[in-house]
Ligand binder design. Structure first.
Ligand SMILES: NC(=O)c1ccc[n+]([C@@H]2O[C@H](COP(=O)([O-])OP(=O)(O)OC[C@H]3O[C@@H](n4cnc5c(N)ncnc54)[C@H](O)[C@@H]3O)[C@@H](O)[C@H]2O)c1
Length: 306
């Protein structure tokens, strides 16, 4: 059982939830490295990680990490806003990963890193890890590249696994702005009385998974050293945009008419993602995962504002 984790991108949405989970459930110490591009120190509620503000590409953090002496690495740092110039996304995500891998291999540390379901593009659902990848944008290409680099680095670290996160939603997404998940964006907008706006005609489907399930899976993957190159992290179910709006109507008890508009990136848009969770089920019982309705009902009863 590890007690000291290095989490890159730990001030972001998934990262800050992971830090809290590790501290509270495993009594672990966490060192976060984050340049606060889309992360924020305000995400550290109910947790106290050690923090280094740095771009992961800059090796200056190595000596401070040596003082901390991590036992495992979870690499989440990434440009996640796909409106950033495409070349920058590719270079930052790939170079950042190479530097973190260099640290992991020189200290013989196990590493779990964030890949993405975006590598499947419009592949046939349910998407299995053995399917051919078909990235539709530079962000997805950068994640596919990470997976290739990881494959080549297998012998230099004791364990390496890529998590193909599907659509993660939950607390602490505020600082992602327009890059936040549809569930979160629609819920908080509709709570303020703003009408839902959906790409025509709202039947695009995504496999949404709650961040508290994601941090549990991520932690288990590090601790149990599951022996695959990549792992789908989804629920095995898909929900359409229209259905999310229906769930929000039910939870908030309000009805705001939907405005449909043309999807400007229709050619490069994932229309239907569903994870094949056969591998994931070997690690955790997926039937225990939260549903969107359960999470939004909880938020509504707690009066969560954003
Ligand atoms: N949220 C999702 O639905 C989802 C889906 C698939 C994959 N992922 C992946 O999961 C990881 C976490 O995503 P998130 O949703 O929490 O996004 P996020 O933007 O909230 O988190 C990314 C974090 O990385 C930091 N960062 C970015 N570039 C950095 C750099 N060069 N050096 C140091 N820190 C840097 C940001 O400041 C931020 O805190 C990312 O790798 C993302 O690609 C997320």
């Amino acid at each position: 059982m590890y007690k000291r984790f290095l989490v890159t991108g730990g001030a972001g949405f998934i990262g800050s939830n992971l830090v809290r989970y590790l501290e509270q459930n495993y009594n672990a110490s966490v060192l976060v490295i984050d340049n606060l591009l889309t992360g924020s120190l305000q995400n550290f509620t109910d947790c106290k990680p050690q923090f280094i503000r740095s771009d992961v590409q800059n090796t200056d953090w190595f000596h401070k990490a040596n003082d901390f002496s991590p036992e495992a690495i979870i690499h989440l740092a990434s440009i996640t806003d796909t409106t950033v110039a495409s070349k920058e996304i590719m270079n930052t995500n790939v170079d950042g990963f190479r530097v973190v891998l260099e640290y992991a291999s020189s200290h013989k540390l196990p590493i779990v890193y964030a890949s993405s379901a975006s590598v499947y593009g419009n592949g046939k659902p349910p998407m299995s890890e053995s399917n051919t990848r078909n990235p539709l944008n530079i962000y997805a290409e950068s994640k596919a590249k990470l997976e290739d680099i990881a494959k080549d680095s297998k012998t230099s670290v004791p364990h390496i696994l890529g998590m193909r996160y599907f659509n993660v939603y939950g607390e602490n997404e505020k600082f992602k702005g327009n890059a936040a998940n549809m569930v979160t964006q629609l819920y908080f907008k509709m709570k303020k009385g703003i009408k839902p706006r959906l790409f025509k005609f709202g039947e695009q489907r995504r496999d949404y998974i709650y961040v508290q399930d994601v941090v549990k899976i991520t932690t288990k993957s590090v601790l149990q050293k599951i022996s695959y190159d990549v792992l789908n992290v989804g629920t095995g179910n898909a929900t359409s945009f229209n259905k999310i709006v229906e769930i929000i109507y039910k939870v908030l008890g309000t009805k705001l008419s939907i405005e449909y508009f043309d999807n400007p990136i229709i050619e490069k848009y994932q229309n239907n993602t569903i994870a094949d969770i056969s591998r994931l089920n070997q690690l955790i019982n997926a039937s225990s995962f939260y549903t969107i309705e359960q999470v939004l009902t909880k938020w509504n009863s707690e009066g969560l504002e954003s």
